[in-house]
Design a binder for this molecule. Sequence first.
Ligand SMILES: Cc1cc2nc3c(=O)[nH]c(=O)nc-3n(C[C@H](O)[C@H](O)[C@H](O)COP(=O)(O)O)c2cc1C
Ligand SMILES: [Mn+2]
Length: 536
Amino acid sequence: MLRLRSLGAQQLRSFFLAYKDLRDWISALDRAGELKRIRVEADPILEVTEIADRVSKSKIPKPGGPALLFENLAGHPGSKLLINQFGSERRMQMALGVDSLDEIAGRIRELLNLKSPEGFLEKLKMLPLLAEMGKFFPKLVPTGPCKEVIQRDRFSLLDFPILKCWPQDGGCFITLPCVITRDPRTGKRNVGMYRMQVYDERTTGMHWQRQKVAAEHYRERLRLGAAAGSSGAEKSRAVDIMARSSGGSMLAEGDRPSGKMEVAVAIGTDPALTFSAIVPAPPDVEEFIIAGFLRQQPVELVKCETVDLEVPANSEIVLEGYVQLDELRPEGPFGDHTGFYTLEDDYPVFHVTCITHRKDPIYATTIVGKPPMEDAWMGKAVERIFLPLMKLTIPEIVDVNLPVEGVFHNLMIVSIRKSYPGHARKVMNAIWSLGQAMFTKCIVVVDEDVNVHDIGEVTLKVFNNIDPERDIQFTLGPIDSLDHASRLPNYGSKMGIDATRKWRTEGFSRPWPHEIRMDAQVKALVDKKWKSLGIE
Ligand SMILES: Cc1cc2nc3c(=O)[nH]c(=O)nc-3n(C[C@H](O)[C@H](O)[C@H](O)COP(=O)(O)O)c2cc1C
Ligand SMILES: [Mn+2]
């Protein structure tokens, strides 16, 4: 009963907090002193990056600086651009309507902890919760702000102040798009954030990495096409392009499977929705539901004009179009969140068939580069929110830290409640098989008494505790596409360090030393004397 009441209170509170759209969110940032309007002219080519980068790395007023609304962009009179909206702990909390990200983790735990009601009264008590859950599901509405201007004939991507982020980038990139696709088998929708390189007025790259959900939707279409194709040749062509779209060269003309995959892209939505596009949710969970859960109000969707997809009604800009199944094109280089440029590689191509937008649309974007950047704060939010979900499959996990400089896939420090010999290695293997955590290049496992967020303590304990030859575990598997060091693109080795205290049952027969700690009595004594010592 208590649980239900607390959910009710949260629901009531967040009723006032869910942002209607990007503009509502910008006003909230402004009121909270978290927004800076830039009226001096700035160029979307490199200059906005340099400004945003300095702000991201500044400590004023707090780490991450303010969000920036550029109101005077060179070459784009009248355009506005929002950047760094998620770029601080406070803004990330505000975006999700909480005072602490652990609140959301708590809400997820509540849901996971639900037990089936026994008897009529308990069922009755569940009703408000069920009503609450109804709020998570998206709602189709006849129209919305994103339809204020509909452009089917004369439109150009070049009208928007799309950034060229870094000097050696292959061009301008849309960096904060919510890319919406549909699973051709189940009809379920996916929203993923995949950058888009602008090739010309109506064409972009579509950088969904091969292990991401939209890439699977794409392969699913190829498979279906192959199954429908009458000849064995058609089938083998589809298989071929699947392999080649993982880093190979283009197919020769006349050797291509045909067909299209519809795609819609929303730019500049309310912050919960934008955030939902980056969360590593299980493939079959619609991000629209996650956004509904986070904002505790349904996401309102409208039908697209030229494709059979739905988009958030509150979007500033919507791009509708398709990806041709037989077409790959070099994408990149792009200054990435690893702090290095990702190399050029072949990716699908997005053809825009229609653009709809609000009047005077605000273009939302971000930059990535050497950390810390805006995405560091988004990544930390994912870390906190996903902890209870990780614990669902790996309950022995106590806490997790993905240090920002580990760029999320290079380093995970995890503390566990060790219960049996080899337990740390079991946890490594579980993490390497858990969704996007499969990319983790190095997993460091420590005992539960180590504070994973204190890098000094982690360093002290880990390197004191290991016998490297014994405690390092290597494995081979899929690697993040951004990794430039692996032997092959997307495939290479990973390492786990078992830095837990070793047990006799693990073949360790030496005594384990005690950690140095002063007696409590002596500490209390010195506390009392401290001032009189005249040291401070
Ligand atoms: C700013 C930003 C840019 C990103 N760009 C890409 C990208 O270009 N390609 C990609 O595959 N993932 C990119 N990601 C990560 C994905 O959004 C993330 O893996 C997400 O969970 C994918 O959704 P999915 O599981 O529905 O495929 C980016 C994340 C952020 C925060
Ligand atoms: Mn997804």
